[in-house]
Design a protein around this ligand. Structure first.
Ligand code: PLP
Length: 354
């Protein structure tokens, strides 16, 4: 299919990448959720994750979990639930990550109404300063959660490397393990899930430094881009190009590399600067900043360079391109996480999935 601009998804590569983590995690008694939010919960891609061995599917938005209703596997809501969405949360998520008693109470009432028991993982903040109760408040919070009859506390979890950039370690995940042990003793219960974070926790498995009690991870970027996110390293035996972006050339001309005339502001209020490289061959592609932050795209042909973009035009220097390009030809890009998120969200980008 050559509708442009498009994001191309190779389902076999998604499945393969997932199966690499299946081996890596299950070998250490760790279950993992395939995180679908970066591709807006497109069901076919989620199915490839399930085929590759994901134990559950997870998304930050209930709207996306709703799309996955027909895939019969547990669903986990990653973002703390909105009180106003309690009904859908209980309906479409089997488990949710939580930190607020008031919201858990609402979920409990809603679950009773729907004749269900909704499962809760209590999030603990170990320093990244996004979601979670402070560790010293965890025991008191658990005491309250256990009073709610419509919900069941099945685990505790942590999220790191998202807001504060804090890297998971044997130290901070060790604290989570210890807290799990304390809760289990104090309340005479077993926690099914000790969720040790996202794609940034994987390197601890490789280094054999994952605390033993951690038995659950939530993996998005690692599956989708084949990369761990603590240090940004590619993961062995995985594909980095399960997702690629393709746009079409609508003008191809030789022009100077420095604009002619007095330089004021560009379309976005910045004053651009230019390096004089003489006359260059420039391609204009029909895609722009309305669709994607172009800094997060990398031409697959490393001899090409993105020069800039306005809302609807992306300008690429193709003087040294490996192929002899013509107007109407396509240029392919590797995508960073942020670009993928925007491209799958944009209604102007065609999704070619196969
Ligand atoms: C997005 C998210 C993840 C997945 O993160 P990746 O870095 O893509 O693996 C896991 N947990 C929570 C709470 C998230 O919001």
């Amino acid at each position: 299919m050559n509708i442009c601009p498009r994001i191309e998804v190779n389902l076999n590569k998604v499945k393969h990448n997932t199966s690499v983590f299946k081996k890596m995690c299950h070998g250490k008694n760790i279950q993992f959720a395939g995180v679908t939010k970066v591709f807006c919960g497109i069901p076919k891609i989620a199915e490839a994750m399930v085929a590759g061995g994901a134990d559950m599917l997870a998304d930050s938005r209930i709207e996306n979990l709703k799309k996955l209703e027909n895939i019969k596997i547990p669903k986990l809501l990653l973002r703390l639930p909105m009180m106003s969405q309690a009904e859908d949360v209980v309906k479409y998520a089997d488990i949710s990550l939580n930190s607020e008693l008031k919201i858990m109470e609402t979920l409990s009432m809603e679950a009773i109404k729907q004749g269900k028991v909704h499962n809760i993982v209590l999030m603990v903040d170990l320093g990244d300063l996004r979601e979670g109760v402070w560790k010293s408040d965890a025991i008191d919070t658990v005491k309250e959660i256990l009073k709610f009859e419509g919900i069941k506390l099945i685990g505790i979890g942590v999220n790191l490397t998202c807001y504060g950039g804090v890297i998971p370690s044997n130290g901070n995940l060790g604290e989570l393990s210890e807290l799990a042990t304390t809760i289990e003793k104090e309340f005479d219960m077993t926690l099914e899930i000790i969720s040790g974070g996202n794609s940034s926790s994987l390197y601890l498995l490789e280094k054999e430094e994952m605390p033993e009690k951690i038995n659950h991870l939530r993996l998005g970027e690692a599956i989708v881009l084949g990369r761990e996110t603590a240090y940004g390293e590619d993961i062995k035996d995985t594909y980095q190009d399960a997702f690629t972006f393709v746009a079409e050339i609508i003008e191809l001309k030789e022009k100077p590399s420095v604009p002619i005339g007095e330089i004021g502001m560009d379309a976005f209020g910045n004053t651009p600067t230019f390096e004089n490289k003489g006359i260059r061959k420039r391609a204009i592609l029909a895609v722009g900043r309305q669709d994607v932050a172009v800094d997060n795209l990398n031409p697959i042909d490393k001899n090409m360079e993105i020069l800039g973009a306005s809302s609807d035009h992306l300008i690429v220097d193709v003087t040294d391109a490996k192929e002899d390009l013509k107007v109407g030809d396509e240029i392919k890009f590797q995508v960073e996480y942020g670009a993928l998120l925007q491209l799958t969200t944009s209604e102007y980008i065609y999704k070619s999935i196969g």
